[in-house]
Design a protein around this ligand. Structure first.
Ligand code: ADP
Ligand code: ZN
Ligand code: ZN
Length: 742
């Protein structure tokens, strides 16, 4: 009998929704071939190029014509880099989000390992020599830095070079210790996990005593079994403290913890809190960490050496061979959803990952998403609530200001100005929230009605003052404002509306004796800008903060006792069905910055629609009641999370192409499954901004009563649409569970 050839199924990072087959690499014998594990990287010829792919199957029969298959050029790893639960998660994500598996796996790897020459690092690791271990802190009295380095090595046994910064250990101090033969650095390859850490002390500081509500929440969390726990607690109620306790339990059992946080800005404070609490290696994974360091951190997670992994959404794919608990902090945050390419939601994938590992997942927020609230109310999630602020902090008092009756100065009402004035006079800090950067959102000619519009987008240009330029916030175009109206030559053009720069200017004029700090994308570009600002605020000196939603995210501003929300109406007017939910979350999150320490806070919400029922419910009954009403509305309107959406987007330079492709999609859908109350299709309709960056954009909105049916129909639609020649000339995409309808 002839020897059967080995056929390898390979997932490749190409936009094609299929797997590829290759023959075994030349010169390897059967014994070795049989043992090649799934997930191993291979280099393969692909047309004129070579690509790095991943083995996803081995068999003896080919689906395609075996005589035309080419051999794998090279096998790149001896052990797979993506395996177990992470490989399963990639497979799930590929299917659920309708994205090619090869691209999903590639995205899950650190950038360095996406290339054929990328290899796992050997890690430079610091440890004490026997002599060093024999000393005590007294010996370093004259050099605090060496003492700190020595102490860190005593606490952690070894420290990867990449984590020195995290542990505030000075490299020079280590070099000095090395000279004295007290410490040494060694190169460790793919470090095996040190199992002796099991019984090791995981705590570095004594944890806070939990209050009753925190205790109840902690007690509910079951280890070694799958469960999702929605932890709803106002800002400052002590949710993080509950995470820390639950994580300690997992660490004590020798496990790893994976914590997802929304944005980079949030991590410094969170990370320092974990490092202060735990005597185990902590690594960070997010895009502001340099490529090389990110690979080392990823590797530390991969080997199990890192016991706590903190990262942004992509970290849901971070390797952790011994995962014991997962946390998604600020679970409502939009940044967990990727808005292009693989349009995944890290919060939702976290649920799958916890399921694969049979472990608990805690989703925490002061303002849970309607999706999670729904899951909590129908008992798919355990629902835990902390209603009181931890320690002595009191909830802020919230008032709605009727702007129709106010004297307004560049968007800020007299009542607000008076309140700011009183706050500063008391020696306290005030925060002004205005969710628009730049000086003014429009530049207008009041004599003929002309306004500065972007030539590439259907939108007005925003006027910026520092430097004075018109910006399009959608395509990035910039140019100098015209000297006079291009339409009627009127020399006077009027900036209309408020942005952060204008608010800063007005506040500076009104409160000349106090510093005004602006916090937005433009002012916070420098690397340490947020850190420096925090240092200034920590002095507790009276000052004013003015900024965008960057201010709303997780920061502690203990001396801020007054919060002004300049324009609460934006969300009420939004075309997105989640607009009001977002508005409520934003108001509560910003309000949560006030009075976190021992001084009570006040929140003033400016609105031109002060009788809007949602706004009133939010203020008088709180977020929970507000969110429940929204959920009831979604029940009536059959919107998510009651029914399941998918968005098919298309854009092209010529409007007709995109529209036509979507019309074909619509016809295909109607034949696959005729519209009915359980399967509704709308479109093609223009996106909120029909033209952006010189492309015309349209969409189909699909809504299904059954999740599985959506998956099934959309997969068939994708397949059929892919065979249409127009699909090659139009940029189109599928968004499952879209979070942004634009
Ligand atoms: P959240 O994560 O809900 O915003 P945190 O866990 O950050 O809340 O807690 C807010 C503040 O209250 C922190 O300074 C924290 O140290 C403190 N805190 C939390 N729990 C307790 C407790 N049980 N006793 C005393 N202080 C606490
Ligand atoms: Zn004009
Ligand atoms: Zn533009």
């Amino acid at each position: 009998m002839a020897i059967q050839p080995f056929i390898f199924t390979v997932a490749l990072p190409t936009p094609l929704y299929r797997h590829f087959e290759y023959l075994a690499p030349l010169g390897l014998d059967t014994g070795i071939l049989e043992k090649i594990p799934h997930g191993v990287r291979v280099e393969v010829p692909f047309g004129q190029r070579t690509l790095v792919g991943f083995i996803t199957g081995i068999s003896h029969t080919a689906e395609y014509d075996a005589s035309k298959l080419k051999p794998i050029a090279r096998i790149l790893d001896s052990e797979p880099l993506i395996k177990g639960d992470v490989l399963a998660l990639c497979q799930f994500a590929a299917e659920y989000y309708q994205h090619p598996l090869g691209e999903v796996i590639t995205a899950a790897l650190p950038q360095v390992l996406r290339a054929a020459d990328g290899v796992l690092p050997t890690t430079k690791t610091w440890q004490l020599t026997t002599e060093g271990k024999g000393l005590n802190a007294e010996n370093f009295k004259r050099s605090p830095k060496q003492q700190a380095a020595w102490q860190a090595l005593i606490d952690h046994h070894t420290l990867a070079h990449s984590t020195l910064g995290t542990y505030r250990v000075s490299h020079d101090a280590l070099k000095a210790l090395t000279k004295k033969n007290l410490a040494e650095s060694v190169m460790l390859p793919s470090a095996p996990r040190d199992d002796s850490q099991h019984d090791q002390q995981v705590l570095k500081e004594t944890p806070l005593e939990l209050n009753t509500q925190q205790k109840v929440a902690l007690k509910a969390v079951q280890h070694n079994t799958f469960g999702c726990y929605l932890l709803e607690g106002t800002t400052g109620s002590g949710k993080t403290e509950v995470y820390l306790h639950a994580i300690a339990q997992a660490l004590q059992a020798g496990k790893q913890a994976l914590i997802l946080v929304p944005e980079i800005g949030l991590t410094p404070q969170t990370v320092s809190r974990f490092i202060a609490r735990f005597a185990v290696p902590v690594v960070e994974l997010h895009s502001s960490i340099a490529k090389g360091a990110r690979l080392e951190n990823w590797h530390a997670a991969f080997t199990g050496e890192a016991r706590i992994i903190i990262g942004t959404r992509l970290s849901v794919f971070a390797p952790a061979p011994n995962l014991g608990i997962m946390i998604v902090d600020e679970e409502h945050d939009l940044s967990f959803k990727q808005q292009d390419g693989l349009r995944y939601n890290a919060r939702d994938l976290a649920i799958m990952r916890a399921k694969y590992n049979n472990i608990p997942l805690i989703l925490g927020s002061a303002t849970p998403s309607i999706e999670s609230l729904h899951n909590a109310l129908n008992q798919r999630f355990h629902y835990m609530r902390i209603t009181e602020r931890a320690g002595s902090a009191k909830p802020p008092s919230i008032q709605l200001l009727d702007m129709r009756r106010e004297n307004v100065h560049a968007g800020i009402g007299q009542t607000s100005l008076d309140a700011i004035s009183a706050t500063l006079a008391r020696g306290e800090q005030a925060l002004v929230f205005i969710n628009r950067r730049g000086f003014a959102p429009a530049l207008l000619c009041q004599s003929c009605g002309w306004s500065a519009a972007c030539a590439r987008c259907d939108t007005r240009m925003t006027l910026h003052n520092q430097p004075r330029k018109l910006h399009c916030h959608h395509c990035g175009s910039q140019h100098y404002p015209p000297k006079h109206c291009p339409s009627c030559l009127n020399p006077e053009l009027t900036p209309l509306g408020q942005g952060t720069e204008r608010a800063e200017e007005v506040l500076q004029q009104s409160f000349a004796n106090y510093p005004v700090h602006r916090v937005d994308q433009d002012s916070m570009q420098r690397k340490n800008a947020m850190k420096e600002l925090n240092a200034k605020l920590e002095t507790g000196e009276p000052c004013l903060l003015v900024g965008t939603q960057m201010l709303a995210k997780g920061h502690h501003f203990p001396s801020v006792t007054l919060v002004i929300i300049v324009d609460a109406d934006q969300g009420l007017l939004s075309g997105d069905f989640r607009g009001i939910e977002r508005m409520g979350q934003q108001i509560v999150q910003v309000a949560g910055r006030a009075g976190r320490a021992n001084k009570p806070g006040t929140v003033l919400i400016q609105s031109y629609r002060p009788d809007h029922p949602a706004l009133n419910q939010l203020i008088h009954e709180g977020y929970s009641a507000f969110a429940k009403t929204l959920l009831e509305e979604r029940q009536h309107t059959h919107m998510p999370p009651i029914q399941f959406m998918a968005l098919i987007r298309a854009e092209s330079k010529r409007a007709d192409n995109a529209k036509q492709l979507l019309q074909i999609a619509m016809n295909t859908l109607c034949t696959l499954l005729p519209p009915s109350p359980t399967a509704q299709y709308i479109g093609p309709i223009p996106a909120f901004m029909e033209k952006r960056n010189d492309r015309y954009r349209y969409q189909l909105q699909l809504k299904f009563a059954h999740r599985a049916e959506r998956g099934h129909i959309v997969a068939q639609l994708r397949e059929q649409l892919n065979t249409d020649p127009l699909s090659k000339r139009v940029r189109w995409s599928i968004d499952i569970d879209p979070m942004d309808m634009g």
